[in-house]
Design a binder for this molecule. Structure first.
Ligand code: FPP
Length: 308
């Protein structure tokens, strides 16, 4: 089948189609396979990043632009979400290889429940499929899966799959992949406030003893350090009710790329941008000028390793 010049194959069990994007040059790429491995070039870039400064301990990402990515290609929105899973796979691998401790992905917000029923249902099924296909690989790569959000609102089968996958990977000591599902920052803070109020009402906590650390201890991210770097794709300058408390001091990197186009090179750019900001006060004026055009700075960084 052809959809506005793009090849479309019927194969998704749930959506009944698989869209082959122009990036695939017409070749079919199964959803569960084809994860990018670190190449020699990747390893060089990763070494340069490690040598260039601190690798953020916690990266949080607002994965935006799936719908627009699909629309631009005349495809259904779910095709953008599906290609977005490929980006998730690549970014999770790259973060694990780089030694990032926490990667938090805004996969489904509280507000996303207001989307058309069909899109919500397809997103849930896509999530289920990704979890089923990927958990073994995550596990063998020492990745621990965690979830933050209003878990009980998720469909029962998604809850069951997540519980199984969380249990399976709970002893892993590498990257923690934190999926924000049915999550919003206000929900998180309101839930913490309710629990703190309960503690006070039951005389286990005195109001005057409530500190920042107390609040942090009641948030869904308890025990997880705050994000050092927030990445948002698709060029929007908003936090969109993501980790409102936890992002207080995070560096923010915005890229115009849509999420399905965001791959490990873009992650390296974001990290190089982050490292540049950390070093801002030690820089000479030329370097300071380059931090005002992060794309120029990071592109030069990548070229310095790989050549033009
Ligand atoms: C935002 O794009 C993206 C989402 C609401 C969902 C993100 C979900 C995935 C990438 C797939 C499942 C995730 C995992 C972790 C396996 P949008 O639809 O708001 O795009 P638009 O702004 O262009 O409409």
């Amino acid at each position: 089948m052809t959809l506005q010049g793009k090849s479309v194959r019927f194969s998704f069990r749930f959506a009944n189609f698989t869209v082959v994007s122009t990036q695939d040059k017409g070749r079919f790429r199964p959803l569960a396979k084809g994860a990018q491995q670190a190449t020699v070039r990747d390893k060089k870039l990763q070494e340069r990043l490690r040598a260039g400064g601190e690798i953020p301990r916690h990266i949080a990402i607002i994965m935006d632009g799936n719908g627009r990515w699909a629309k631009k290609r005349g495809m259904p929105r779910i095709a953008g979400h599906s290609e977005g899973v490929e980006s998730v796979r690549d970014i999770v691998s790259a973060c694990g290889e780089l030694g990032v401790r926490y990667l938090t992905l805004y996969a489904f917000s509280t507000e996303n429940w207001k989307r058309p029923k069909e899109e919500v249902s397809l997103l849930m099924r896509l999530l289920m499929k990704a979890l089923r296909d990927e958990t073994d690989r995550l596990h063998s790569n020492n990745v621990r899966l965690r979830v933050i959000g209003d878990f009980a609102k998720l469909p029962q089968e998604v809850q069951n799959e997540l519980l199984e996958d969380i249990q399976k990977t709970k002893g892993n000591t590498g990257l923690s992949l934190v999926l924000a599902l049915s999550y919003s920052g206000r929900w998180d803070i309101a839930s913490a406030a309710r629990r703190i109020a309960q503690e006070v009402a039951e005389h286990r906590l005195a109001p005057e003893d409530i500190t920042d650390a107390t609040v942090a201890g009641f948030l869904s991210t308890e025990g997880i350090s705050d994000p050092d770097l927030l990445i948002r794709t698709s060029g929007e300058f908003r936090i969109s009710n993501f980790l409102l408390w936890q992002l207080a001091y995070s560096e923010i990197h915005i890229t115009r790329k849509f999420w399905p186009d965001f791959r490990r090179d873009d992650l390296y750019e974001a990290i190089a941008d982050y490292q540049g900001r950390e070093r801002r006060f030690g820089m000479v004026s030329d370097q300071l000028a380059s931090t005002r055009e992060p794309e120029g700075y990071v592109r030069r960084f990548i070229k310095s390793v790989t050549g033009p």
